[in-house]
Every structure is written in C-alpha cells, then in structure tokens.
Design a protein around this ligand. Sequence first.
Ligand SMILES: Nc1nc2c(ncn2[C@@H]2O[C@H](COP(=O)(O)OP(=O)(O)OP(=O)(O)O)[C@@H](O)[C@H]2O)c(=O)[nH]1
Ligand SMILES: [Mg+2]
Length: 426
Amino acid sequence: MTVDLRAREQAVLVTLAFRRAAYRDSWPVDEMAAELRELVRSSGVDVVAERLVTRDTPSPTLLMGRGTAEEVRGLVESARADVVVVSRDLSPAQQRNLEEVLGVKVIDRTQLILDIFAQRAHSQEGKVQVALAQHQYLLPRLVGQGILLSRLGGGIGTRGPGEQKLEVDRRRIRGQITKLQRELAQIRRRRGRIRQERQTRAVPAVALVGYTNAGKTTLFNALTHAAATVQQQLFTTLDPMARRLVLPTRQAVIVSDTVGFLHQLPHHLIEAFQATLEEVRESQLLLHVVDASHEHRDRLTASVDEVLGVLGAAAKPQLLVFNQCDRLGAAARMALQRECPEAVLISALTGEGIPGLLERIAHQLMTRLIAVTLAIPQAAQDWVHRIYEEGAVIARRDAGGAIHLEALVPPRLKAHLSAAHLLGNA
Ligand SMILES: Nc1nc2c(ncn2[C@@H]2O[C@H](COP(=O)(O)OP(=O)(O)OP(=O)(O)O)[C@@H](O)[C@H]2O)c(=O)[nH]1
Ligand SMILES: [Mg+2]
C-alpha cells in the first residue's frame, strides 16, 4: 500500500483561445498559458500537466469540446491531479458539467484570483473586500447537486443537499453579502474622512501602480524605508499602504502602494476593490512601475493602461518607471531609454536611479504649482512650514520682522494664503 504524502494540490491547466472575434483575447495563447501557470504556482498549487486549446467559439455546455474534456480527464487520471484550472471564466452550468466529466473540482480564472487575494489580504478592509467578492461569485453557483456544493461544507458524501438545505445556504450567503457590504461601506466612510483630511492639507498624492510583481512594494520601501511585506509571489499587496515622503525640494508627498494589476482583472474584483483603487483616482501623479526585464513588458504595460481606463484614471499624469534594470545589460538599458526617453530607469533592489526618480517626481508635481510672493509675519511661522511642505520655496529673506518668500504653491494653498492676506503684490 502506498501512502500519499503530497501536501500541495496538483493541478491540470487548460488554456483556451477562441478564433471568433467576439471571444478573442488580445494575448496569444502561450502568454495566457504562462500567466495562468504563474497564477497557479502563486496560489500554492503544483502544475502537473497542461493543455492548450484553440477553437472557434466557446461551447455553451463545457467551454471546451467534449473530446478535449475527455483528453483532460485522461491527464487528470494519469497525473492523479486534484483540480483542473481553466483560463477563461466558466458559467455556473459549464463549471458543473465539467466537474461531472472530469471527476475533480474545476476552478476558473476569477476563482483562482479570488483565492490568491484571499490568501494575501491582511487588513480588515482587504479581507472584507475579498470575502464580498467570493460570496458574490458563489451565489449563482449554488446548485442542488455536484461536487461544487461540497466545497461549501454541505452535502459531502451525498449527491448534494436537498432543496431545503440549498435554500438555507442561499439565504445564508445573501445575508453574508448584506453584512459584508455594510461593513465595507463603514470602512469606506472612514477612509473618505482620512482622505479629506489629507486634501485639506494639500499634500500631493502619488500612487504606485503596475502589473503584479513589477516591484511596486520594493520601490515603495526603497522610497519610504517602510517595512511593508515584499515577496516573490503575485499579489503580495492587497491593502493600500500610504506613507509620507519628503522630496529633495523639501516638498512633502503621500506615496501609496496599490494592489497589483492583471490582464483582464475580473470585474468582481474591480468592484470589490473600488475603495482601494480610489487611491489611484485621487492621486495627482501615477508612477507606473514596469518590470523592465519582463519578456512581455509591453503587453503588461498595455494591460495596466487598460485597467486604468476602466478605473477612469487613464488621463492622470503618469511617470513611466522601468524597474529591475539591474537585470538588464548596458546595451538593453540604452535601447530602452532611447525607446522611451521620458521614462525613468531604476532598480528598486539596488537603489540605482532612485535619487533621479525623486527629482522627477518633484519636477512633475511642480508643474501644477503657482508662483507667489509672500510676506509672512514672524508670529505666523506655521504658514512658512506649510509652504515648505506643500509647495517649494525659491527664495527667502528674513527682514523687518517678516519672512519674505518667493515660492511655488498648489492652487488650494494659494487660496488659503490669499484669504489670510499673506500674498504680496507680485
Ligand atoms: N532584481 C530585481 N528584483 C526586484 C526589483 N524590484 C523588485 N524585485 C523583486 O521582484 C519581486 C516582486 O516584487 P514586489 O515589490 O513584491 O512586487 P509588487 O509589484 O509589489 O507585486 P504585487 O504586490 O504582487 O503586485 C520580489 O521578489 C522583489 O525582490 C529590482 O529592482 N531588481
Ligand atoms: Mg506589492
């Protein structure tokens, strides 16, 4: 008798591509497959076999053809796999039918990503967001039979619970959804207040965005010396982290790290992570962090721009940051800089290029500032402090019991200074 000592689940992957325009993906099938492989590994599951499938249109019953499904069952049996992961989203019926044919549980891309997110969420907000997305995803999939329901803890060893049990499950899940939504609304109100406070201080916000694993958190740490978690796993960061940072110009900014973007981020997640992604919408500058050493760099960059579009942040001022340049040779770096002269090349790991990046951030933010001449009484020192923090001082002269400043300030601070009668006649 052999004892099965496998601790990790073993998965067979099926990546599908469709030729008909309505179902076609912008990525080639092998890149979709590579991404799925990374996602699966990242969730802590081993990949034991893979199958690429190209067909004209999805099959309504199984997504793939019956013949392919039979082949996949062969792979599952010979590899003794526990789960099949499919690259495209499955309807509840397709999922049910596939589980019947394959004899193991079947997971689609959305479910896989939800699972990864669930493992990585740390803050209360992140956990609530993931739980809500999971429940919303599950609700239409609650059916009277099949392997699926046993995963919810009901009906193991039976052919599924009876209708009464099913109705109870549905009601329980709907109740959970309402509760989670209420909790999330509360968290959002709190976050809104914090953001408002930040805005009245007029400290500009800079958000790090980018494909998962680009190195956003590593850069965030390099920029702020914060001790946020960095790991060689996808989606390490689910909760936005914000830190105050003082630029070489003495101007303060709030930098926030955000959740990693992904090609075709499932809509369940975009909805669930609205609050997190508001950080992006509310910031004055986006640092789009790209793994410069990635084989499919341009495609990942385009995917991030696509998600930014969905979030309504496509027109935000963006600074392209090519990270992980330590992995590139001198020639590749030069080619990259020639190709994108406006981009900043850095290595968050070695710290190379970080001072230059800070200067560029200051420069970008400066273009929104207005030049003012000020005469501030010594007794009103607080204003001087604010001007240094929220703007930039070009010249300073202390004379006649007042501080005379030539400065650049954000429009909001200019309005405050004007109301306090501190603006000189410039
Ligand atoms: N060689 C090299 N590796 C880097 C650099 N920046 C980040 N990494 C590595 O890339 C991996 C991912 O880095 P993270 O900072 O966690 O990436 P992220 O963009 O925050 O990822 P998510 O939070 O999952 O979206 C880690 O193993 C880092 O050590 C760099 O400049 N050079
Ligand atoms: Mg991160």
